[in-house]
Design a protein around this ligand. Structure first.
Ligand code: HEM
Length: 273
């Protein structure tokens, strides 16, 4: 007599099964749904040849060279592989202006050397040959461009491959940059205990004078110290440091006296051959 209810019970049974399946595979269903509905452009694999969006972001050397301000083109430059639109700095970068050299290319090395004429194009962005300390200078320039100008993309070559990923050269650069930062921290620390000397070169005698005062090295203190050659770890050169009397025999750094200079003299003279 209640046979008309049978299909409803069957349907109810199906709903229960469905609810159990959804409960068990909830996470998987959610992930699939997210992918299906919310696939953004950024998640679409890069196709440099055919994707206009990406073509605007990744530049070949030849493409970058076209952004040189000619025929109404904007002014672009690259630094460490990052490309910036510097059109608003026309007075610096425009044709005939002081820094037009940087336009349409990555000449990162010249940001340090200041060499704008004699350079080899293929080596203009080979920055790992620079001193570690110079890499910090390059990072400062890069931060400057990111702050003051519009970042427009990446240059395919030394720092980015043709899919925009970091090259092994780029990783090497970043490792050296970390090393440079570490050395800077250590050097700053060392300058607190061993401030720099005053240094003056005399063209007539070709002699260099080094001496210590209560403010040499930019560190105000109630002692002047004695000039010594100070060799820091990992560096093959020395700097002139003012050493406090109590630290003349210190062993945390390598300290050497200047030749022909009395142990407690407050100034020393030397000649560089
Ligand atoms: C390694 C050497 C040098 C490099 C790579 C260099 C690079 C630059 C660059 C790229 C700019 C433009 C910054 C911007 O977009 O606002 C600039 C600006 C300027 N540079 Fe140099 N420069 C160097 C040396 C010098 C020297 C030796 C002087 C002075 C004797 C100098 C004086 C100036 C001045 C006055 C400005 C304009 C600042 C302003 O108007 O905001 N630069 N420099």
């Amino acid at each position: 007599m209640l046979s008309f209810l049978k299909p409803i019970f069957k349907l109810q049974f199906l709903f229960v099964i469905l609810a159990v399946i959804v409960g068990v595979y909830y996470q998987e269903i959610l992930a699939w749904h997210k992918n299906f509905i919310f696939t953004t452009e950024a998640e679409i694999p890069i196709n440099y040849e055919s994707d206009k969006q990406i073509a605007e972001t990744l530049f070949t050397k030849a493409e970058l060279a076209k952004y040189n301000g000619e025929n109404g083109a904007p002014l672009y430059l690259a630094l460490l592989g990052d490309v910036f639109d510097v059109t608003k700095g026309l007075k610096h970068y425009g044709p005939g202006c002081s820094y037009n050299f940087f336009i349409g290319r990555d000449a990162s090395v010249s940001f340090i050397t200041g060499e704008f004429e004699n350079f080899v194009e293929d080596e203009a962005d080979d920055v790992v040959v620079l001193k570690l300390n110079d890499l910090l200078g390059l990072e400062n320039w890069k931060n400057f461009y990111h702050k003051d100008y519009a970042y427009v993309g990446k240059l395919i070559g030394r720092f980015y491959d043709n899919s925009g990923a970091l090259t092994s050269y780029h990783h090497k650069f970043l490792a050296l940059l970390d090393q440079a930062k570490q050395e800077k921290i250590e050097s700053d620390r060392s300058r607190v205990s061993y401030p720099d000397c005053n240094i003056q070169w005399n063209a007539e005698t070709s002699q260099t004078r080094v001496w210590c005062t209560n403010s040499s090295g930019g560190k105000e203190r109630d002692w002047a110290g004695y000039p010594r050659k100070l060799f820091e770890l990992g560096r093959d050169t020395f700097r002139c440091a003012c050493v406090h009397q109590d630290k003349l025999d210190a062993t945390d750094v390598m300290i050497k006296s200047y030749d022909n200079c009395e142990p407690l003299a407050t100034e020393c003279f030397y000649k560089v051959d």
